[in-house]
Design a protein around this ligand. Structure first.
Ligand code: SAM
Length: 333
């Protein structure tokens, strides 16, 4: 791809990609400690004074929406540990132009919040779930599986559809559970997505020894289930198949074996107001100082457009796996 001039006033990056999707991290804290994400005993969280307040988040998302962003995904850390989240959801849902407001969660606190999130305007939910075995779940995450399953069922009862389960494929850790997860999703009407482990932070790099190429996973599932080409709305990078005779879609997200940077349509806003232009690179732009110095709405949009000129062409997880030192929970996975 060749770098070209982005059009004035539009969210088109120097490589001609239109950014239409913001991943919004509302906290870098999490109540789980997935071994591939956050180290046990980690204390280096952002101080509360640096968290964007709800009014600041609303201004930034509003500016993005005026520039053409239609989809916003709330993530973290674990977004449900941020106090008052349903209130923020309601404010974001009311912004003109935002017509797809989704949430990524580990579901540990979802049973309590599913209904209020639904009423506030969340349209779709993704739940991270790497194992259906309580002991293994504990080994991977340090937490309990039961509340996650309760959260999933509460989301289903609240009427969320689709509910997507995201499972990291980890060789030697959960690779004997792929078929069981397919069966679980068939039983409950969930969509399943497998994800390749990325070398993000020291934790992600250590976990790379468990990396599994999803082409191999797909071939294995094809021996048990009849897989036919499938599609799924959502604007994300997953490539889908469907299990014949059912509504089950299975997506494969392959940042390593088959990267999808040429269609990247997103940026990430961290809880401290840092805009990250790529999950796998350090290119960033600080919005918090501007917000706290009283920047105008027009100035904020100018700043976002300037930030977009920094979006790199692609990640280099394969070429430079040691490059990204921040943990996934900081960027907003
Ligand atoms: N707490 C929420 C959740 O559990 O979905 C949102 C944040 S979490 C960081 C988002 C996703 O990042 C999870 O699905 C998690 O599995 C994924 N993730 C974290 N570290 C990763 C890594 N090193 N490689 C690939 N995915 C990772």
């Amino acid at each position: 791809m060749h770098r070209n001039q982005s059009k004035p006033g539009s969210l088109i990056d120097p490589f001609g990609r239109r950014v239409e999707y913001v991943r919004l991290s509302v906290t870098d804290k999490c109540n789980l400690r997935c071994f591939y994400c956050l180290p046990e005993g980690f204390k280096g969280f952002e101080e509360p004074g640096h968290w964007l307040r709800f009014d600041e988040i609303e201004r930034v998302v509003g500016a993005f929406a005026e520039l053409g962003v239609r989809r916003v995904r709330i993530t973290g850390g674990e977004p449900l540990v941020r106090k008052g989240l349903p209130h923020l959801v309601g404010r974001l849902a009311d912004l003109p132009g935002v017509d797809d407001l989704s949430l990524s969660t580990n579901a540990t606190l979802l049973a309590r919040h599913a209904q209020s999130l639904q009423q506030a305007g969340i349209t779709r939910i993704n739940v991270s779930l790497d194992s259906l075995r309580p002991e293994r779940f504990k080994e991977i995450t340090g937490g309990r599986l039961a509340p996650v399953l309760e959260g999933l069922m509460a989301a289903k009862a609240a009427g969320f559809a689709p509910i997507k389960l995201n499972m990291l494929a980890l060789r030697g850790i959960n690779d004997d559970e792929f078929e069981a997860m397919v069966e679980f999703c068939l039983e409950h009407g969930f969509t399943l997505r497998f994800i390749e482990t990325m070398p993000v932070g020291s934790t992600g790099r250590h976990a790379s020894e468990h990396y599994l190429d999803l082409q191999v996973v797909k071939q294995r599932l094809a021996q048990r289930f009849e897989l036919i080409p499938g599609v799924m709305p959502g604007g994300g990078p997953a490539r889908y198949v469907r299990v014949r005779g059912t509504d089950l879609r299975i997506g494969f997200i392959t940042p390593i074996s088959q990267h999808f940077c040429e269609t990247c349509n997103r940026v990430r806003l961290a809880v401290d107001g840092t805009l990250y232009l790529c999950l796998g690179q350090d290119h960033k732009y600080e919005l918090r100082p501007l917000l706290r110095q009283g920047i105008s709405d027009a100035g904020l949009k100018e700043a976002i457009l300037e930030a977009l000129t920094l979006k790199p062409e692609r990640h280099e997880f394969k070429e430079h796996p040691g490059q990204v030192v921040r943990f996934m929970s900081m960027t907003g996975g």
